[in-house]
Write a protein that binds this ligand. Structure first.
Ligand code: APR
Ligand code: PHB
Length: 433
């Protein structure tokens, strides 16, 4: 990493200085407001971003396009974030955004466009025609770490800075007008003075936790199961995703490429992955996907495996002073429906717009509405993810009545246009406000 300089002489900073003067923000140079400790390296950026996940990277990319400079501070290495296996389904709006903002080349070549999904229960498959029910919209299978690679490459091409492997990251000063991200890199303490901080540091990050006591209200639900996920060197057994409700528990067939299947099965929440031999995994998947017409699951070597917890969580508000939370830092959803990444992208679109308005016109109106605008979508997506999860999984407390009720709901959803359309429009992604 290059050593920090005291200031970035970019065109956008001149614009920012003008806006600041026009708005009479009593900011001064950050180093005059608060003297850093001797030996601390200080620099500044208009926006400081904590976390180089999809939220932080996309925010930095969108801001750059509007002439706003940002620096991202990330605890992990570039290799780690570019290889981390996560969900892999992009809503239509996320795909459109990537293409419109110039980072969609690989996505257009490698993404697998899907026009429908299958809900499987009582040994039969039922197709939901996503495109037919949503005026032609689609979803695209494109793994999250590929989105991350595209965004990191775009930041690098634009000389945007990402500080990888930062240690002891803390944020302060955001309740006044001098926010600072402080961290250590190679043993040296560094401070990034900025106008705003975006907390894009995921569920376990420090930004949400640094809100003053009493400001946040937390809402959550922990599900009494997890997902055991595998990547297998086997062509997908069906061209479309299959969400299966079975007495033994939920199973999902997804994919990463025409050669690689991504499969999940419901397991105990604290399951020990070592209890699952390859044979046990395949037998369980076979049982849960079994149909009356002898559908077969393609099998192959398992090249990756892991357990995912199932959790719904929302922190309100998503802003305190000049610190804005986005993505998993503010909310998480269970993976049924693959909304986590898409919701993170929706947040940063709202935030980028608010920041752009601020630097362009001096108006804080959009920034002031950040929480309200984001939460409207967040809660609808929370509802959808909870609904899909509830309809498709076996709950500990379920009895025969509950199972029958789930099957009746699935039959209704797959046989009547109104509920299929509701599922489809949520699945492909609700429109942005
Ligand atoms: N300082 C700096 N970076 C941090 C810190 C910290 N204290 N704590 C965490 N991070 C980094 C993580 O290493 C990670 O790279 O913040 C990043 C957060 O990224 P994600 O967890 O991917 O969260 P987000 O960008 O909001 O992406 C949306 O929704 O459902 C999920 O799988 C989906 O990961 C996706 C997420
Ligand atoms: C995935 O491909 O990882 C995936 C797809 C759809 C989901 C969840 C995960 O609902």
């Amino acid at each position: 990493m290059t050593r920090f300089s005291m200031g970035l002489q970019t065109g956008s900073e001149l614009l920012f200085d003008n806006v600041r003067k026009a708005m009479s923000i009593e900011q001064g140079e950050p180093e005059r407001l608060r003297l850093p400790d001797a030996g601390t390296v200080v620099r500044k950026a208009q926006v400081g971003i904590v976390g180089a996940g999809p939220a932080g990277l996309m925010l930095s990319h969108l801001l750059h396009r509007d002439g706003i400079d940002s620096v991202i501070v990330e605890v992990r290495s570039r290799k780690y974030i570019e290889e981390r296996n996560r969900a892999g389904m992009l809503e239509q709006g996320t795909v459109d955004l990537m293409i419109e903002t110039g980072i969609g080349e690989r996505l257009k070549r490698q993404g697998l466009v899907h026009h429908g999904i299958e809900l499987r229960f009582k040994g039969r498959g039922h197709r939901i025609d996503l495109s037919g029910l949503t005026d032609g919209k689609t979803v695209t299978i494109y793994p999250q770490h590929e989105v991350v690679k595209d965004l990191v490459a775009a930041r690098a091409a634009a000389s945007g800075e990402i500080v990888f492997e930062a240690e002891d990251v803390i944020v302060h000063g955001y309740d006044g007008s001098a926010p600072v991200i402080r961290f250590r890199k190679h043993g040296e303490v560094q401070e990034l003075a900025c106008d705003f901080i975006a907390g894009c540091d995921g569920f376990h990050g420090i930004c949400r936790q640094s809100f003053p006591a009493g400001v946040l209200t937390l809402y959550d639900r922990i599900y009494p199961f997890g997902w055991l996920g595998i990547l297998a060197k086997a062509p997908p057994s069906s061209p479309e995703l299959i969400y299966a409700n079975h007495e033994r528990g939920f199973a999902l067939q997804s994919m990463r490429s025409p050669e690689i299947s991504r499969l999940y099965l419901q397991c105990a929440p604290n399951e020990d992955i070592n209890n699952w031999s390859d044979d046990r995994i395949w037998n369980e998947l076979e049982a849960r996907f079994a149909t009356h017409d002898g559908w077969r699951l393609n099998q192959g070597p398992i090249i990756d495996r892991g357990i995912t917890e199932m959790h719904s969580f929302v922190a309100e508000p998503m802003q305190f002073g000049r610190l804005f939370l986005a993505g998993d830092a503010a909310h998480i959803v269970p993976p049924t429906g693959a909304k986590g990444l898409n919701l993170a992208i929706a947040d940063v679109r709202v935030l980028a717009r608010g920041l752009s308005e601020f630097y362009r016109s001096g108006s804080q109106e959009w920034l002031d509405r950040y929480t309200e605008v984001c939460l409207r979508r967040v809660w609808k997506v929370q509802h959808f993810s909870w609904w899909m999860t509830s309809m498709l999984h076996r709950f500990e407390a379920h009895n025969a009545f509950d199972f029958r009720r789930q099957l009746a709901e699935l039959e209704y959803v797959t046989s009547s246009r109104a509920p299929s359309q509701s599922l489809a429009e949520n699945y492909v992604g609700l429109p942005m406000e």
